[in-house]
Design a protein around this ligand. Structure first.
Ligand SMILES: Cc1ncc(COP(=O)(O)O)c(C=O)c1O
Length: 403
């Protein structure tokens, strides 16, 4: 096994997030309390204290995940599809980060070739590489709304390609892989019996595209190819990162068994209390109002961010996100990329606003880029943008350009 590289995004977050005044690097929709969750629900009989059964003994419970939670997830992946997904095809994990790790640990190793959609959450390409797999990056094209090119995916395929890893919607760009492209990826993978892992942790937070649109991407699990795996969680689109509840779902019982075998060594089971709240959040009574709160929040805040970018278009450019919680913005001066780490450090020091440097978090080729998380509370986004406006007038001209 190769030495594990530092997880750059998580390290930057650890270092700066507790010191900031305005959090504009947050990738979760504004987090909510249990009280707020209950208030949002259409079930007006329930009280916050009902979410947890104080009299039930706290054993391990159903080790693969509570029946109630897996039933709710199975319903989520079964709606609008001919073949329902059985709850047995879902494994509950402590967050999507553990879900991804279990899938990658279970399916990749020396002798395997893996292709990973890029830029994305570093875990998705660093872990297979650490486990000894050969990894190629399938790059999104910033000049084409971050759409990666299908022909270049085809050219990356090798005899031993085992896994294609996607992140849809994509962190950090907020772009999507549209339905037509997903279909082509599936046809290619199926013809060569390559498994697809799609990290759908930002699903279903779509705010710039609707299900009526022909490009609207369904979950990869709903597209008819058995060897597909989805990872997801309550953290991003559902505002409940503190629960640490995520999942692996697949149409293939063999893949689920392979992941369960690994999971026995790391997890046994996930907290009964957390799963109980998670099941309530994903229940029919609650999920729709929770998502509609977050989609509205994303739309309103993105409009503020867009106005800010238009005002500063001498220095910034972007492709407006259509989904998820993050925007990838390029900062330049005199046509050259700014030193993004210097910008992020100086901005936070002088104003308290935290954003994250793209080349530090996502790879050296993203010089001048910063990742902004814009689905925090609107008041925070407004105040941050105001601080950033003042900073652009006073501090920006003194920043170094990227080396
Ligand atoms: C693409 C992606 N996958 C997975 C995760 C992990 O999320 P969690 O473990 O909170 O579910 C993140 C967190 O930022 C992410 O951006």
């Amino acid at each position: 096994m190769a030495p594990i590289p530092p997880f750059a995004v998580e390290q930057w977050m650890d270092e700066y997030e507790t010191k900031c005044k305005y959090q504009m690097a947050e990738t979760c929709c504004a987090s909510i309390s249990i009280n707020e969750l209950v208030e949002l629900s259409d079930n007006k009989q329930i009280k916050p204290s009902d979410l947890i059964d104080l009299s039930s003994a706290q054993g391990y419970g159903t080790t693969r995940g509570s029946n109630e939670l897996r039933n709710n997830l199975s319903a989520l992946y079964s709606s609008k599809v001919g073949t329902p997904l059985s709850p047995d095809n879902v494994l509950i994990t402590p967050g999507a980060i553990a879900a991804n790790h279990l899938v990658l640990y279970s399916l990749t190793g020396p002798g395997d070739h893996v292709i990973c959609h890029y830029p994305t959450y570093q875990q998705l390409y660093s872990i297979p590489a650490t486990l000894g797999a050969e990894v190629d990056l399938w790059k999104s094209n910033p000049a084409n709304n971050w759409l990666p090119d299908f022909e270049s995916l085809k050219s990356l395929i090798k005899e031993n390609t085992k896994l294609i890893i996607l992140n849809n919607p994509q962190n950090p760009t907020g772009a999507i892989l549209p339905r037509s492209l997903l279909q082509k990826i599936i046809d290619l993978a199926e013809s060569k019996q390559i498994t697809i892992l799609s990290d759908e942790v930002y699903r279903p937070l779509f705010h710039g595209i609707t299900p009526m649109d022909k490009d609207f991407p369904p979950s990869i699990l709903s597209m008819g190819y058995k060897n597909t795996i989805v990872t997801g969680s309550l953290s991003k689109a559902y505002s409940l990162a503190g629960l640490r509840v995520g999942w692996i779902a697949s149409r293939s019982p063999e893949i689920i068994e392979e992941c369960a075998k690994t999971r026995d060594y790391t997890t046994i089971s996930v907290s009964q209390l957390d799963q109980s709240v998670a099941a309530f959040a994903l229940s029919q009574d609650t999920i729709h109002s929770l998502l509609s709160r977050n989609i509205q929040l994303a739309k309103a805040n993105l409009e503020l961010l867009e106005r800010w970018i238009i005002k500063h278009d001498e220095y910034c450019s972007w492709t407006k996100p259509v989904a998820g919680t993050t925007a990838f913005i390029k900062f330049e001066r005199d046509g050259k990329p700014i030193d993004a780490a210097a910008l992020c450090k100086d901005l936070q020091e002088k104003t308290g606003v935290m954003i994250l440097p793209g080349d530090v978090g996502f790879g050296e080729e993203f010089k001048g880029y910063v990742r902004v998380g814009y689905v925090n509370k609107t008041e925070i986004v407004k105040e941050s943008l105001e601080e950033m406006r003042k900073y652009m007038r006073k501090g920006y001209d003194d920043l170094p350009l990227s080396a």
